[in-house]
Design a protein around this ligand. Structure first.
Ligand SMILES: [Mg+2]
Length: 186
């Protein structure tokens, strides 16, 4: 089983998020400017952590996939591996919102032809023990904390400070999956 993070690994969340922020706060922030996970530091100080208020389930109606995401997941299936969508859905204690995020992300994955009916989305903020053999994620902490197999840091501007090797493209990730295949039994 190959664990795939959803936000900014399969769905292109950050550009949409920045678009909404730039419109509301009259700014011109680009994805490439965000070189740290704490991305409230890059927005106008008067906005600050309110940047996280933009993150709502409804946002996923307008989030596009990363280019090639559907083909990438199909290539994983073609290799005989099972994709699992491992994704944080906000505060798990806020049950209604947590479910709404999970539903919104799943609907977006289906709508863009990335996920198939019958596959599983695993919601959760702590991915350290996600039941997958490999985890592909753009958050340094998630990759460092993953305990069940190989963590792979998917290249994004906000993880460039990591000392980990970062595959630059889906092709590079597939190469790693092939190299690690004997540790991925299904
Ligand atoms: Mg992510």
């Amino acid at each position: 089983m190959v664990g795939l993070d959803v936000d900014d690994v399969l769905l292109d969340l950050m550009p949409r998020w920045l678009q909404e922020y730039n419109e509301k706060w009259d700014d011109n922030l680009h994805v490439k400017d965000i070189n740290d996970w704490e991305f409230w530091k890059f927005v106008k100080p008067e906005c600050g952590k309110r940047i996280y208020n933009f993150l709502k389930p409804e946002m996923y109606q307008n989030v596009k996939p990363l280019e090639g995401a559907a083909d990438f997941v199909q290539a994983i299936r073609d290799r005989g591996h099972t994709p699992r969508y491992v994704t944080a859905c906000g505060d798990p204690k806020r049950t209604t919102l947590h479910k709404a995020f999970a539903t919104a992300k799943w609907d977006a994955l289906i709508r863009h032809g990335i996920a198939e009916e019958g596959e599983l989305l695993l919601p959760g903020r702590d991915k350290s023990h996600a039941p997958v053999h490999m985890l592909i994620d753009d958050r340094i902490q998630n990759v460092n904390d993953f305990r069940n197999g190989l963590g792979v840091l998917f290249t994004q501007p906000w993880n460039r400070s990591s000392y980990l090797t970062r595959p630059r493209s889906y092709e590079d990730v597939l190469e790693l999956i092939d190299r690690y295949a004997r540790h991925i039994p299904e």
